[in-house]
Design a protein around this ligand. Structure first.
Ligand SMILES: [Zn+2]
Length: 217
């Protein structure tokens, strides 16, 4: 397995093994995740909040959390643009809009999940397009790391710019953040919207308005 393989959006928890495994973990080819160290750290947190780390319900928790953290951050060091592996030329191609792509990511400020919908639109340059599923893969790879919503939005737009150089790009994310819903101000259900408009979508307000209509319908 090479490093490309673990950057695929299909990465599953089963794709990595404990460090004691005789064959090298594919994850380790991308980056080292010291699962033992994460386990120790989780035990320390449990201890610090006054829990009994030896009680039955918590015995496997540090190990589970370590594996979970490895999975949730499995795309660190992966360039989302690498997911755009195929290109087609379709002279007549107009607007391409894939909306309501679901995603789950992890807020880097609180290490809590945020999730929602991504809408990705572009106007191809000289008919240069990619497979529609590739856009969902870009979203997946950009999400599987410690993130902030603003950067996630920009990274998705950048992947399109790098690989297809479209005439116009528009990325919009609507997300609910656990760090707003569960703690601090505690406002579950509130949504955060971010956008990244490039090229014609940045310059032409009418074009953008038309697109927003399509996204909302
Ligand atoms: Zn947060």
């Amino acid at each position: 397995m090479n490093s490309e393989v673990i950057c695929k959006a299909e990465f599953q928890a089963t794709a990595y093994k404990a460090p004691t495994s005789p064959s090298p973990s594919p994850l380790a080819l991308n980056r080292e995740v010291d699962l033992d160290l994460v386990e120790q750290a989780v035990k320390m947190i449990l201890h610090a909040i006054g829990e009994d780390v030896e009680r039955e319900g918590l015995l496997q928790t540090p190990n589970r959390v370590a594996r979970m953290m490895a999975e949730l951050t499995s795309s660190i060091n992966c360039d989302p643009a690498d997911q755009i592996t195929c290109e087609f030329f379709e002279e007549s191609a107009g607007l391409v809009l894939v909306k309501d792509i679901t995603f789950n990511s992890t807020c880097e400020h609180h290490m809590l999940p945020f999730h929602g919908l991504v809408h990705v639109a572009y106007l191809p340059r000289e008919g240069r397009i990619t497979g529609l599923s590739k856009l969902a893969r870009v979203v997946e790879v950009a999400s599987r790391r410690l993130q902030v919503q603003e950067r996630l939005t920009a990274q998705i737009a950048q992947a399109l710019e790098d690989k297809l150089d479209p005439v116009a790009i528009f990325v919009m994310i609507e997300a609910e953040h656990s760090c707003i819903g569960l703690r601090g101000i505690k406002k579950p259900g509130s949504k955060t919207i971010t956008t990244d408009a490039r090229g014609l979508y940045k310059d032409d307000a009418n074009l953008r308005t038309e697109l927003l209509g399509l996204i909302k319908n």
